[in-house]
Design a protein around this ligand. Sequence first.
Ligand SMILES: [Zn+2]
Length: 277
Amino acid sequence: MIKLPNHIQPDQAVLDQLGDWQAEITGTFAEQSTLAKKKFKSRNTKQNATLRKVKDALTQMCAGARRCVYCEDSIADEVEHIAPKDLYPELTFVWENYVYACGNCNGPKNNKFAVFRRDNNTLQKLNPPDWPKETQPPPGEPVLINPRVDDPMKFALLDLKGTFTFVQLPNTDNAVKQRFEYSFEEVLRLNHQEREFLREAREEAFGDYKARLVEYDKQKHRGVSRDKLDKLIAGIRKKNHPTVWREMQRWQQEGWLAQVDTDLNQLFLDNPEALTW
Ligand SMILES: [Zn+2]
């Protein structure tokens, strides 16, 4: 998971329509929560032009060919509310609260959410049995890492040494550790045994990125045209599992890559421009 670009948004008419729909969500908290579910469901259809444009804009944020922003592997086909609409009905039709996710990530995530309570700074899960259903959350900062706002790479490190699982970053404070555990392990299950295919896919992506960099290096030394090199770079930028590529860059810059893969480390040294792609 990487931080998503924040310059992408649908056109103003779409944002205005979302604003009008949001204004319809009124009443007590329980009423708003019910309305949010009902109204979003009725509008989240293939025929709805506004939602279609929302999905088009969300697609531009996706990794590769419309891959889920969380796992970067499966096709993204569900508009996901980062802060669940049951708990935060005031964010039902708010563009900044949307990402495009796959059913495998979005299904189990469902309406899971948690905050660091402002009154006592403890981690409060907002789902039964920790919190009664359809009850207004207490004020607090979100625990779930939000890739529209947060940089997930400041919370997790991808182990390129062999396991290709996400681990905690060393020397981080307790809140960062809690956010990592809650987001990567508990809610999004990015290391889960049932999703072993994700680990395998990251390992495969590592090999593929390396092969592309080898090819770039070869072509560059053969003196091919700028256009041809740009196509190779675009191929790297468009691939799924962009976290793997960003981690390859980070491991090189931190000086860790030489122990993992000497050849790859040398490729980055010979082609330092690859650190900016
Ligand atoms: Zn996913």
